[in-house]
Design a protein around this ligand. Structure first.
Ligand code: ASP
Length: 447
């Protein structure tokens, strides 16, 4: 197959054209037309992915747990997954802290710029602080409480409740293991049939990915530029050191920590991993949501990286909701940056508090755009830095959100490969795009 027909090249083309068109539209004052006529295609693409996320998690997790056939195996895989997730997040926060302490980006901010940023983004900062109020008022066991829904449809009706769905699906799976095979056969067939259908739907939706990505990127550029690109460039250069600290950290985590983890814990060549996961990274970059990207991440890990159904369906939905290495790194850098620019020095105790709260906050961060900034408020309060300081970084948050989401997704995928490998559930990866098309066309022919 010629290279230009490969999905990831098509998505990259959509991305580049989206950036070019977005800049052009912002320069020519075409922001409104773009928002009216192009952005909706991006929204349709995200909606399609979100539409299948809950049923995909439910069906694949039920099948996955039911096929584990004993609870001990489930708790072993579960325990291993959570320990690796916590370890990678802690490493990520530590990388962020080392970089921000070395680069000291907060000390580069002139006081006039700090005052003007604070004045411009004050209203937005107040809004985010208000949103954090709910989280702040919660008791210590609230995250545990949040996992257990009181109503199945309530949990299934909101994509933010993914962790509740994970819980319900595991519960149903455990129930199925306890009942004799004969009695639950029909039920299992139903879940696995539905699961197959949804996986086919991911293939079909991904045909729209190049267009969806084009629309999302050009929409994002015109909305942050609001017809005035020079303002964005000014902001980027003013906060350049801060952005550099976050981006350097994300690059180290993505290109050093995960490859090392893969080397230590699996036989998978690094290039194979990145080739396989690239389309999910690109969708994560354009949607800024690991929740919306979950169906693509699951499909890529299973079909292209050879991770078993069992591991994919358990490790990835859990990871999309609780494992956010990019977000935790960004929260640590941002917290120290804000403290530095407000002239506050953070000692060792405060930095250790950041490690702990950033790991916990990233677990509690919803897998949706800009969720990381709400939890940042909690971290700032934990270390005694005024939360209004987030006004300093709001202007560049969207761009950093796109990048940290890529790291979040890559981390989930890397851990799924390692867990699968240690469980002897890593099959030969199939990196050709051929079989997708064959599958889709044979599907059409059958129809
Ligand atoms: N957008 C991120 C995600 O969905 C969360 C965040 O850091 O805001 O992975």
């Amino acid at each position: 197959m010629p290279w230009y027909r490969k999905l990831h090249w098509q998505i990259i083309a959509g991305l580049i054209l989206g950036v070019l068109y977005g800049v052009f539209a912002a320069l020519m004052g075409l922001g409104e037309i773009t928002q009216d006529w192009i952005t909706p295609f991006g929204t349709i693409f995200i909606n399609l992915l979100k539409l299948i996320a809950v049923p995909l998690v439910l069906t694949s997790l039920v099948c996955g747990v039911a096929s584990l056939s004993d609870i001990r195996k489930l708790s072993r895989i579960g325990g291993k997954t959570i320990v690796i997730y916590l370890a990678t997040t802690t490493i990520s926060v530590t990388i962020g802290l080392v970089i921000v302490n070395l680069l000291q980006p907060g000390h580069q901010i002139p006081s006039e710029l700090r005052d003007s940023l604070q004045a411009t983004y004050q209203a937005d900062a107040d809004l985010q602080t208000d949103k954090a109020q709910d989280t702040r008022d919660r008791g210590p066991l609230q995250p545990l409480l949040d996992m257990v829904p009181e109503n199945f449809f309530g949990a299934a009706s909101d994509n933010r409740n993914m962790l509740q769905m994970v819980f319900v699906a595991i519960l149903i799976g455990i129930g199925i293991i306890q009942v004799s095979k004969q009695k639950v056969n029909v039920l299992l067939e139903f879940f696995s049939g539905l699961n197959e259908v949804i996986i086919r739907l991911v293939d079909i939706i991904m045909l729209m990915a190049p267009l969806g990505v084009f629309a999302l990127i050009s929409g994002t550029i015109t909305s942050i530029a609001a017809d005035d690109l020079s303002q964005v460039l000014e902001l980027l250069s003013a906060l350049g050191f801060y952005c550099l600290a976050v981006v350097t950290g994300l690059i180290i985590q993505t290109l050093l920590t995960y490859p090392t983890l893969l080397k230590l814990g699996s036989p998978m060549p690094i290039v194979t991993f990145f080739k396989g996961i690239a389309p999910a990274q690109l969708v994560g970059f354009s949607t800024s949501s690991s929740g919306a990207t979950l169906p693509v991440t699951m499909e890529r890990c299973k079909e292209k990286l050879g991770v078993s159904e069992e591991v994919t369906s358990f490790v990835l939905p859990l990871g999309a909701t609780i494992n956010m290495d990019g977000t935790a790194l960004y929260q640590a850098v941002a917290a120290v940056f804000i403290a530095q620019s407000l002239g506050m020095e953070l000692g060792l105790a405060a930095q250790l508090t950041i490690v702990l709260t950033a790991v916990l906050a990233s677990i509690g961060t919803a897998a949706v755009p800009s969720a990381g900034i709400i939890m940042l408020v909690i971290i700032l309060e934990a270390i005694g830095v005024p939360s209004a300081g987030i006004a300093l970084i709001l202007g560049v948050d969207r761009i950093l959100d796109m990048l940290r989401t890529v790291t979040n997704i890559t981390g989930d995928a890397a851990v799924s490969v390692v867990v699968a490998s240690t469980e002897n559930q890593l099959h030969d990866p199939d990196l050709s795009d051929e079989h997708d098309r064959v599958r889709l066309s044979s599907q059409n022919n059958n129809g």
